[in-house]
Design a protein around this ligand. Sequence first.
Ligand code: AP5
Ligand code: MG
Length: 207
Amino acid sequence: MNIIFLGPPGAGKGTQAQRICDALKIPQISTGDILRRAMKEGTETGLKAKSYIDAGQLVPDDVIIDIVKERLQMDDCKGGYILDGFPRTVPQAEALDTFATIDSVIELDVADQVLVDRLSGRRVCLKCGATYHVSMLNGETRCAKCGEELVQRNDDKAETVLNRLEVYHAQTAPLIGYYEKKGLLRKVDGAQGLENTYAAIMKELGA
Ligand code: AP5
Ligand code: MG
């Protein structure tokens, strides 16, 4: 099954995608993770993306579309995948339609106020992509999955978070209507706890 996770920053796309991909044995394709890895490695794409990401803006469509197109051609995508953070604009969605067939779009719905708290307390592992919230770490500073030191994302600073929310509402939220019209949209309340959200997504996917 080819699935898109749509939702504002902090909605839980990464957290749930990782878990559902483990359960369904399909890859999680997070454009944010791909870009952060490229920045860490100092590649040309990483250098290009850095100023946009740090400002909470979207990187240009042509950069991201090429990355995803190439990634979806890899063998591990043959049995399905979850796109986490792509598409983010109508032109990205239109481009995706030319090289992939999407079966389901899960929209994670969470109010802005909740998102700000989630993002300011988020800690991530840049090695394996695992995501935590300080409230669940009990002072632990290393990743439970791979042992790497956990960090706060640069773009989780308060002022950048507000930019990202604005960008979401202006540029990404129109995709809700785009996929509704195609009959692919499944709305899930992402403000429930982790377990309930997971169960609700699995139910929508019929998994
Ligand atoms: P990206 O990394 O995709 O960031 P984002 O979309 O802003 O989403 P986040 O990763 O911040 O949130 P999430 O929904 O994954 O939440 P999470 O599960 O971590 O993109 C970063 C940047 O890259 C963009 O700003 C842009 O510049 C660029 N970019 C990426 N893709 C692009 C594209 N297609 N086009 C152009 N530019 C692109 O959860 C958040 C926190 O909440 C965690 O602490 C978690 O533990 C906690 N939490 C999660 N679920 C729950 C729950 N149910 N209850 C309580 N706490 C929860
Ligand atoms: Mg994420």
